[in-house]
Design a protein around this ligand. Structure first.
Ligand code: SF4
Length: 153
């Protein structure tokens, strides 16, 4: 049995509420990036955690503590979620630094594949457009409450 963990993008899981459904399905079915364990009588998910958020230009190491929690469970591999591999501008840097910091663990790009009938490129484009739309949709914030309060005075 292969023991693995997943690292997700906090924009998707924290801001937009993705329950990592496609990642879970890929693990359960042993498909996509998890078919590499087909010789190991299945895959067990030991943990899932989101990234630490924007690392600024100077502290990509911010991610280490998040990943340390996963590594502490004894996993042999940490998969970067497919959304993270498509959307994260720090992915290459993270992969390099994490590999150096935790050489005992394999860092694998991706979890699930594109939906049936779509190519990986089509999935990536749809994901980029959809996520941008969701993250930039108009919504009420404290600015609106402050504005309403000011207008009453
Ligand atoms: S650093 Fe990357 S993985 Fe983390 S929230 Fe930003 S885009 Fe997502």
């Amino acid at each position: 049995m292969a023991n693995v963990a997943i690292l997700t993008c906090s924009n998707l899981t924290q801001d937009l509420g993705c329950p990592s459904y496609q990642c879970m399905k890929a693990i359960r079915d042993g498909i996509a990036r998890f078919d590499r364990y087909s010789d190991e009588e299945g895959v067990e998910l030991f943990g899932i955690i989101n990234c630490a958020g924007c690392p600024t230009a100077v502290v990509p190491e911010k991610l280490f503590e998040r990943v340390r929690s996963l590594v502490a469970t004894g996993v042999e591999a940490v998969h970067l979620s497919t959304c993270m591999t498509v959307l994260c501008p720090f992915k290459k840097k993270y992969l390099k630094l994490l590999g150096e910091k935790f050489p005992e663990v394999a860092f694998v790009e991706g979890t699930h594949d594109a939906p049936e009938g779509a190519t990986a490129e089509e999935m990536a484009e749809t994901m980029k457009t959809g996520i941008k739309g969701l993250l930039t949709q108009p919504r009420m914030s404290m600015a609106d409450v402050i504005g309403m309060t000011m207008n009453k005075e």
